[in-house]
Design a protein around this ligand. Structure first.
Ligand SMILES: [Zn+2]
Length: 379
């Protein structure tokens, strides 16, 4: 099982400059390699492989001093990323999706570089991170560091005005699916209530989500007004820092919530995230909500995998229209917050009704009664 661990780096001023120069060198290499592929195809109908571009690197390096100040495997990784972008492009073409040809990277759009083989160009030395062509960089090793697994690679990442390192670590597979399934919960993801649990618990939108929309709107307005001015870079940083703050708060919130779900239930049932349903949503901060849903599902999935709990995804059709007590379809539009069934008389919060339907659609066969759920006791 692969896991990523992120740590803050504290480079010196000189090291920050090297980091920035490395990013720029990688970005230029990426764009040049993309142009080469594009030209070869447009002029000669010839496709260029990763191997060809990699073999060409030493020649490029002898002509360009900037390339010489970056570790060779970091440069190879840049070509790998481009190759991956083309693979994804062809896969989308084949699948009949919107293809999205690989794009040139603008300044500020290239924010990381990777040492693909930890131990080669990157290693620990005296609790510092030693990087080839950079030196020993101060790192804050909280959680005791990622030393229990095998570090495969490390990526240096620029986040607005901070630097981080992400280690990809191979961990031994855990007791996958070993837990006996006795308790189960259905999770409905919504907009009015971020999360509704089939147990009757409603988790309202946290404050960071409510405020983030207004704060971002104000910040974005500044950004668009000042276009072309000297202040623009300052404003861009301001917005980026705000985005980062929301991201951190969101991650913290979902780490706690997913931990709670995995610790309390052996089976956790989500509805399949439905893009069409998301787009219908007129809620202005919907991109934030969408990202939030995905994050909760992702965090729950990997925590469940580690703890031997099971995550299931069920068909999302009519989860809010169907009565969770008698299965009658009770049509309601988005503004109706209450499920009131004319057939059996069940009156229940709309999202809780959906969460109960989601739970009942699991194929393990658990209804949640086993956990003595209060919400299901009345049906
Ligand atoms: Zn009913």
């Amino acid at each position: 099982m692969l896991r990523t661990f992120k740590f803050r780096l504290y480079p010196s001023k000189a090291q920050s400059i090297i980091f920035e120069q490395t990013l720029e060198t990688c970005r230029v290499l990426y764009n040049n390699a993309l142009e080469e592929r594009k030209n070869a195809w447009e002029n000669e109908r010839k496709s260029t492989s990763y191997r060809e571009q990699q073999n060409n690197l030493p020649k490029l390096k002898s002509n360009k001093s900037s390339l010489q100040s970056v570790h060779s495997q970091v440069l190879q990784d840049v070509l790998h990323r481009l190759d991956q972008a083309f693979h994804n492009f062809f896969r989308r073409v084949k699948a009949g999706e919107k293809p999205g040809y690989p794009r040139f990277k603008a300044v500020n759009r290239f924010d990381s570089f990777t040492y693909p083989q930890f131990g080669n160009g990157a290693k620990f030395r005296d609790r510092k991170l030693w990087l080839s062509k950079v030196g020993e960089v101060n790192i804050k090793l909280h959680r005791g560091g990622p030393f229990n697994g095998w570090i495969k690679n490390c990526t240096i990442r620029h986040d607005v005005d901070r630097w981080f390192v992400c280690f990809t670590v191979g961990l031994p597979d855990t007791k996958l699916g070993k837990r006996e399934i006795k308790t189960a919960v259905g999770v409905d993801l919504g907009v009015t209530n971020l999360v509704a649990l089939s147990t009757g618990e409603l988790i309202e939108n946290p404050r960071w989500l409510k405020h983030s929309e207004e704060r971002l709107a104000v910040a974005q307005r500044w950004l668009s007004c000042k276009k072309g001015s000297k202040n623009r870079e300052k404003q861009r940083l301001k917005v980026a820092r705000l985005h980062r703050k929301i991201r951190c708060q969101r991650a913290d919130f979902f780490h706690k919530l997913s931990r709670k779900l995995v610790d309390s239930y052996d089976l956790i049932v989500f509805e399949k995230l439905n893009i069409a349903k998301m787009i219908q949503n007129s809620y202005a901060a919907k991109c934030i909500v969408d990202a939030a849903w995905r994050q909760l599902v992702l965090f729950t999935q990997y925590k469940a995998e580690e703890a031997g709990a099971v995550v299931q995804f069920v068909d999302a059709a009519n989860t809010s229209q169907q009565c969770s007590s008698c299965s009658t379809l009770v049509p309601k539009d988005l503004s109706e917050r209450l499920h009131a069934c004319p057939a059996c008389g069940l009156v229940l919060n709309r999202d809780l009704n959906a969460a109960r339907n989601i739970l009942m659609r699991n194929t393990v066969g658990l209804t949640g009664r086993a956990c003595g759920s209060a919400a299901l006791a009345g049906c």
